[in-house]
Write a protein that binds this ligand. Structure first.
Ligand code: PDD
Length: 287
């Protein structure tokens, strides 16, 4: 059976799923999205992703396309129809379809909704996590509202391509003061030279990662301390460990920054343990 997409109220074969050429998401990046990790066919960290979706839409004054309960049903039905147990669920909500004009359509139009599901090979992901990955750094060049999860991802796409061409998996944006803000599609962490967990605070211009937040719960439950303070790439290289978090990467050890090894240049024990604990919690609380 092939992949199925949800497009504006209909389930359609993935290859035939289309949106209108004047969808404002397509023309103006006037759209928000969410990505859920799927464990055993269930949505990980549901509350965090729904809350952020509502917040992103609210900040842009786009209406919730349906109630949270209805959205949950449709998301789960999309997963079911794809028969994916381990994977990713993508949801995009745009302001809708209207004649091209930068200002909002008046009267408002119906938001456009798209959902897709893709499978993830957990064996390959675990092998990658055991090895660890490299990141590269790149100057921060995004707009001032990275807390809103919009599809305006061109700087992120260019940064990710830079990483790929360097044989790395992620790019870390670095602000004008020399501190890492976040990754192109993940949040950034280190276990600093003193052995303390560190990740940038969310008052900064970064996405408030749902995985980051759930991992903070895990960390506190384990009685570990975390310092929500930014770090530089040099501090990451001098750190004992580094890792990234996100729905796509979960908790993924970082072993090199711009080709320089972090710590001993191997996936570290803290990152490995946090990955295991995060996945256990996410599996147990998925809906
Ligand atoms: N990206 N920072 C950015 C810029 C992101 O795009 C993401 C997620 C994160 C991590 O957020 P979360 O833990 O809520 O997934 C941080 C998704 C996975 C993506 O674009 O595919």
């Amino acid at each position: 059976m092939g992949r199925i997409a949800y497009v504006n109220g209909r389930f359609v074969p993935h290859g035939e799923a289309v949106v209108h050429i004047e969808d404002r998401g397509y023309q103006l990046a006037d759209a928000v999205y969410e990505v859920w990790a799927l464990f055993d066919g269930k949505l990980a960290d549901p509350e965090g992703h729904f809350a952020r979706l509502e917040r992103s839409l609210g900040e842009l004054r786009i209406a919730m396309p349906m109630t949270r309960a209805a959205l949950t049903l449709v998301l789960k039905e999309t997963v079911r129809r794809n028969r994916v147990r381990e994977g990713l669920l993508y949801l995009q909500v745009s302001r809708g379809v209207a004649k091209r004009d930068h200002a909002f359509p008046n009267p408002p139009v119906r938001p456009a909704v798209v959902m897709t599901v893709s499978a993830v090979d957990r064996v390959a992901s675990e092998a990658r996590a055991a090895r660890g990955v490299g990141v590269v750094t790149t100057p921060e060049n995004r707009w001032g509202r990275c807390d809103i999860k919009t599809v305006g991802l061109l700087p992120n796409a260019l940064a990710k391509q830079k990483a790929r061409e360097a044989g790395a998996v992620e790019a870390w944006f670095v602000d004008e003061l020399g501190f890492v803000t976040e990754g192109a599609s993940s949040n950034a962490w280190i276990v600093d030279a003193e052995g303390r967990l560190r990740t940038r605070d969310t008052n900064a211009n970064i996405l408030r990662g749902v995985t980051r937040n759930s991992l903070l719960d895990v960390i506190r439950r384990e009685g570990m301390e975390v310092d929500e303070r930014p770090f530089t790439p040099a501090e990451a290289v001098a750190a004992k460990e580094a890792f990234i978090t996100g729905a796509g990467t979960l908790v993924l050890p970082v072993i090199a920054v711009d080709g320089k090894p972090v710590g001993e240049g191997r996936a570290g024990p803290v990152a490995k343990k946090l990955r295991r604990l995060y996945i256990e919690q996410a599996r147990a609380t998925a809906i």
